[in-house]
Ligand binder design. Structure first.
Ligand code: NAD
Length: 475
C-alpha cells in the first residue's frame, strides 16, 4: 500500500507546505538498486583505547571502495592504512555552515578495547564531533565485544553500555540514518555484517545489536553470495515471502517457493517473475502445500531431497486472527499457534532428521515485533512469534556442530496485504512511530534474510534482528 504522506512531503509542493507548517518530513530511504554503486565515499573512523579491529575494518573498506579518515580518537588508523597501502587522511569536524558535500557516508567506531566505563567518553568525543558530518541515509556502526566474553565485570559492563549509545544515536540522527552495534567475539569475521550494515540493503534496520561469534568463509562472490545454494521459502506467493524468494534468487540461490492451494496462481506468477529476473534454467520451483497439514513436512522433505537437499530454509508463512483474548475463539488461537510456530517445528524436525538441510545450512524464521513487545488483540500472534524467538535461542547451540545457523528477523510495520487491512489510525501509528517515520517494504525484510543466509554469516547464529526502522514498540 502506498504511503501518500511520505510521497507528498517529499514532492516539490509538499516540501514547502511541510516546512511552513512544521510537519515531520520522513526521508526517502536509499535502498539497493542494481544501477547504483552500493558503496563509496568516506567513512570517519573513531576508536576507544586499544581498538582490535582496525585491520579487519581496513580490509573491508578497501574491498568495498570506501576511504576511512581518522578522527583524533583513532590515531592508530593512519599507520594501519599505510601498512595496507590504502588512502586515508584526517577527519576534521564539520562546522554548522559547511556545505553538504563535506559529508561522510558512515561513522564507524571501534569500541572493542573499551574495558571500563570511564573509557566510554571516547564515544562522546567522536560522535559529538562527527554526527553533524554524516550524510542523509548515512550509516553508524559501532564495533564492540559480546559482554559475556569479557574477563572482568567492568569490561562486560562497559561493553553492554554501548547498546544505549547506539540506540540513542539512531533516534537522534534522523534523515534515514541507521545506527547498529556489532559485537564480534575474538576471531569472529565481521565482513558480512559490515557490508550489510554499511550498504543501502539495511535501509530499514536500525538500533540493532548483532553478535558474531565465529569465523566464516567469504562467499566465492560478494555480488552473488548465494550462488549454488538451494532455498525453501514458505508463504512465497505474495508480500514479504515473495520478496524474500526474489532477493534470494537475485543473490544467486535456486528457490523453491511454497504456498497454499488457494494462492496457487499467485505463487506461479511470483515464481515465473523470479525466473525472468534471475534465470535458473527453470530450476526455481513452486510447491503447493499447506504447512498446517500433518503430511506436509514429509512431502517437503521428499521434494527437496529429490533435488539433492537444501541449504536455506526461510519460515515466512504466517497468519493473524486478531481478537482480544475474551472474544477469541479456540480455533483462532489454535490456527495461529499451529501455522506460525508448530509448523516450523514440524518442518525443521523432518529436514534435520533426514539431513535434507545440509551441513552449513541456514534457517531464518520470520518473527514480529509483536512477539517482542506484545500487542493488544494479538495474544495468539504475539505468543507464536515470541515462540519463534525462543526456538532460535534454544536451537542455535544444538545446530552449531553441524555448522547450521538459525536466526530470526522480526519485522515492524511493513507495507503488505497484512498491514493494509489495519484500521487507518493503527496503520498510521505503525508507520510513523519509528526512527524512519515510515513503514518498511518487503524488500527490507528480504535483504536482511539474504544477509543472514549468506556463507559469510556463518558466525551469526541465535540472533533476532528487527527490521522495524527502530520502532518505538518493543525497542
Ligand atoms: P501475507 O498475508 O501478505 O502473506 C503470507 C503468505 O503466507 C501468503 O501468501 C499466504 O498464502 C501464506 N500462508 C498462510 N498460511 C499458510 C499455510 N498454512 N501454508 C502455506 N502458506 C501459507 O503476509 P506478510 O505481511 O507478507 O507476512 C509474512 C510474514 O511476516 C508472516 O510470518 C508475518 O507474521 C510476518 N510479519 C509481517 C509484518 C507486516 O508488517 N506485514 C510484520 C511483522 C511480521
Amino acid at each position: 500500500m502506498k504511503d501518500r504522506y511520505l510521497d507528498f512531503v517529499n514532492s516539490p509542493f509538499g516540501t514547502s507546505i511541510a516546512r511552513s507548517l512544521g510537519l515531520p518530513r520522513p526521508e526517502v530511504l536509499r535502498r539497493h538498486r542494481a544501477d547504483q554503486a552500493e558503496f563509496g565515499g568516506m567513512a570517519a573512523i573513531g576508536a576507544g583505547p586499544s581498538p582490535a579491529l582496525f585491520d579487519d575494518l581496513m580490509a573491508v573498506l578497501s574491498a568495498i571502495g570506501m576511504t576511512g579518515i581518522a578522527h583524533e580518537s583513532a590515531s592508530g588508523w593512519l599507520p594501519v592504512a599505510a601498512r595496507h597501502g590504502a588512502m586515508s587522511g584526517r577527519f576534521e569536524p564539520r562546522s554548522r555552515d559547511a556545505s553538504a558535500t563535506d559529508r561522510v557516508e558512515a561513522l564507524i567506531f571501534d569500541a572493542t578495547g573499551i574495558g571500563e566505563s570511564a573509557q566510554l567518553h571516547s564515544l562522546y568525543a567522536f560522535f559529538h564531533d562527527a554526527l553533524r558530518s554524516l550524510a542523509k541515509n548515512g550509516r553508524i556502526v559501532v564495533l564492540g565485544r559480546p559482554p559475556a566474553t569479557r574477563s572482568s565485570v567492568r569490561a562486560a559492563t562497559a561493553q553492554h553500555a554501548l547498546e544505549g549509545m547506539v540506540r540513542s544515536l539512531g533516534k537522534e540522527a534522523r534523515n534515514g540514518i541507521t545506527s547498529n552495534l556489532l559485537r564480534a567475539a575474538d576471531g569472529a569475521d565481521v565482513e558480512s555484517a559490515l557490508r550489510f550494515f554499511l550498504s543501502p540493503r539495511s535501509a530499514y534496520v536500525s538500533g540493532q545489536v548483532v553478535t558474531i561469534d565465529a569465523p566464516a568463509d567469504a562467499p566465492p562472490s560478494w555480488a552473488k553470495p548465494l550462488a549454488g545454494k538451494r532455498a525453501l521459502v514458505t508463504g512465497a506467493a505474495r508480500g514479504i515471502g515473495a520478496s524474500i524468494a526474489a532477493v534470494l534468487a537475485e543473490h544467486g540461490a535456486i528457490v523453491t517457493g511454497l504456498d497454499i492451494d488457494a494462492a496457487r496462481d499467485a505463487l506461479d506468477q511470483t515464481m515465473l517473475a523470479i525466473e525472468d529476473a534471475s534465470p535458473s534454467s527453470g530450476a526455481h520451483a513452486a510447491l503447493v502445500a499447506d504447512i498446517a497439514a500433518p503430511e506436509t513436512p514429509a512431502e517437503i522433505a521428499a521434494a527437496l531431497a529429490a533435488s539433492g537437499g537444501i541449504d536455506i530454509v526461510v519460515h515466512n508463512a504466517g497468519i493473524t486472527r486478531d481478537k482480544t483474548i475474551a472474544r477469541m475463539t479456540a480455533d483462532m488461537w489454535d490456527s495461529v499457534i499451529d501455522i506460525n510456530l508448530l509448523a516450523q517445528e514440524r518442518i525443521d524436525d523432518v529436514l534435520l532428521a533426514q539431513n535434507v538441510l545440509r551441513a552449513g545450512g541456514r534457517i531464518v524464521a520470520v518473527s514480529s515485533i509483536s512477539g517482542i513487545a506484545g500487542n493488544r488483540g494479538q495474544t495468539n500472534y504475539a505468543t507464536s512469534k515470541a515462540g519463534v524467538i525462543g526456538r532460535v535461542h534454544a536451537m542455535a547451540p544444538l545446530l552449531r556442530e553441524r555448522g547450521i545457523t538459525i536466526n530470526a528477523v522480526a519485522p515492524g510495520f511493513i507495507e503488505t496485504h497484512m498491514t493494509a487491512r489495519m484500521p487507518f489510525g493503527v496503520r498510521e501509528a505503525g508507520r510513523r512511530l519509528n526512527s524512519m517515520g515510515q513503514g518498511g517494504l518487503p524488500v527490507d525484510v528480504a535483504e536482511t534474510v539474504a544477509w543472514l543466509a549468506s556463507p559469510g554469516s556463518a558466525g551469526i547464529t541465535g540472533n533476532v534482528v528487527r527490521v522495524c526502522g527502530q520502532s518505538l514498540i518493543g525497542a
